[in-house]
Design a protein around this ligand. Sequence first.
Ligand code: NOJ
Length: 749
Amino acid sequence: MKTISLFLIGLLLLTGASAAVSAEKKEQTDSRIKELISKMTLEEKLGQMSQFDPGQLGGPENAKQAIKDGKVGSILNLVGASAVNDLQKVAVEESRLGIPLIIARDVIHGYQTIMPIPLGLAASWNAEVAEDAMAVAAAEAASEGIHWTFAPMIDVSRDPRWGRIAESCGEDTYLTSVMAKAMVKGFQGDDLSNPKTIAACAKHFVGYGAAEGGRDYNTTLIPEVQLRNDYLPPFKAAADAGVATFMSAFNDLNGVPTSGNEFTLKQILRQEWGYNGMVVSDWASIAEMIPHGYAANKKEAAERALTAGVDMEMASDCYVGNVQALLDEGKIDMATIDRYVTNILRLKFELGLFERPYTDEALAEKTILTEKHKEIAQQAASESFVLLQNKNEILPLSNEISSVAVIGPLADSPHDQMGTWVFDGKKENSVTPLTALTEKLGDAKVNFAKGLKISRTKSTEGFAEAVEAAEKSDVVLLFLGEESILSGEAHSLANLNLQGRQTELLEAVKATGRPVVLVIMAGRQLTIERELKLADAVLYTWHPGTMGGPAIADMLFGETVPSGKLPVTFPKTVGQIPIYYNHKNTGRPADYEQWTDINKIPAEATQHSLGNTSHYLDAGFEPLLPFGFGLSYSSFAYSNLELSSNTMGAEGAIEVSVDLKNTGKYEAAEVVQLYIRDRFGSVTRPVKQLKGYKKITLKPGETQKVSIVLKAKDLEFFNGKDYVVEAGDFDVWMGTNSKEGLHAEFSIN
Ligand code: NOJ
């Protein structure tokens, strides 16, 4: 007892002491910032508020003069410790005030050890996986002189036509919020001044993922209720997790471009959330307010962005050229400019750049692509794979198999498996499925034929060789999907079927009578209804990164067991988009009894609408695969859904639990998902909402009680006026995906 209290007293003293130290440090930093600002000319202040690519400054050598003159505070897209140190030296030793540069880069899902695309990381439903992946990315990037990444992208994305869905955590607000926190933690760690961490950036603030028709950069119209309930929470989660920066977006939100949007940047971010980090614009998004039709010229664009609260301008020069005039005209004041410079300098201090401006040039070699990093990448890839189908339990394959055909344009495509937004990963470091399978089984057992050169190839001249390889083998492993360049920024698609002749290749190898295991690598969910019918098993691997090959080979042969779940709904056809699980019920919800199948409508039928519901005549109302779906080699039984109470107060909480049993043959992990429905509200509520989940590993035959605490506060929503927890009746489900689950009811009183 005595020991415990002495320990507690010690702990309290220590905590108190460290709080005092950090308060003192903050004070010192604040006064250093004040002092610096008092010495700065307007030109130097605007320099701090400007970020350029060295190319825009005439290359790194020419950039030196601008840096020396204090005209640049941040550089993006410069890599390599020595190149960074070279410019940093000019900033620190030759510029008048010696303020270090902050070097930024899009380190989205890995630096050189490439992790699965963020959509894949989200499919792991494992926050630790996402955190570890980003910690690796941070350490590698930092070793090459990078201080700041433009990630995570936490735009809720419900339209797979949008190429940037690959960079997102999918369609769900809760899952994206969980991943947002984990990724921020991974990049930033606990201390930004640690040489292994970098500053993160919550982007794109806000609503960018809702671009009309999935066309990148397009208009977004999001009512405030939906903005606050669906799109803002991941950003709030990132802010609460201490994300160092935010990025304003390209999109016009309800008529006001987000880089000049006072409602989102000033009212919500600064005033409501009290965020005191730094805000950067997206690339030239301040100048783009001109083509948006929101500013007549750069001066007006600068005024709008400054009034809304963008601290740093990326890649355009609206601030530099116009702030003096705006000050002279009284359109903005110097206190505002000083506040923005303060936000920027504070980040530089937090990163330790004033104390440690240079990067150790020997660090990269010890840090990049280490065995440990590759292990983490492989584990992340493995957890991101989603098993969509496994007829006759064809998977896992036995090592005893005498031969496999490895076919398809993505079986050996080291570049494409890395996915979108890879500037620094090198294809030479990717281990492809072909390499990994050959290593596992030996050359003699692998019959390889590409069938198609790339995913879009129109010629079928490789089919004969592919069919021959299939005929020689016990099983076909067919690698289809999309090349990395077909997703990502400005790479939207109107057609989500497999590109080129890939489905025909599947038909051709299927016609040999060999079982076909289809592995799909893609940056988004594709419309694969036909392929699901044709293939015996389907493993969806997204773009899995550097270690995708070994992760796939191990899974196909049962050394690992699939545990990923879909972070997005799979539509049957593009015409169903947007289709997502947490939609509203409508006044005429669809059901099978009232669904009018186009094939059953008689000729010359008379027009009527009674009894009709919200559906498509030709595609029904259900997706191909629901959000949260994913199979395992094992099987799980859910029983005994229990609630610690059937009622709770507005401040209360209940525990929801279920018995989960591994009823199959393999040790495996299952993501137990908790959904609720708020039956009635002062504004209509979605039919289901994910409110919690746990990923649990069980041995065959093992049962575990899985409990999730649901707080009344988790059920809060914005009703147009206020954030409210409303009394009333709720449904709750706990189960294996958004469609299936055990059901109970509770109420808030
Ligand atoms: C534009 C993209 O929208 C943004 O996400 C990225 O960080 C910047 N370019 C910088 O490359």
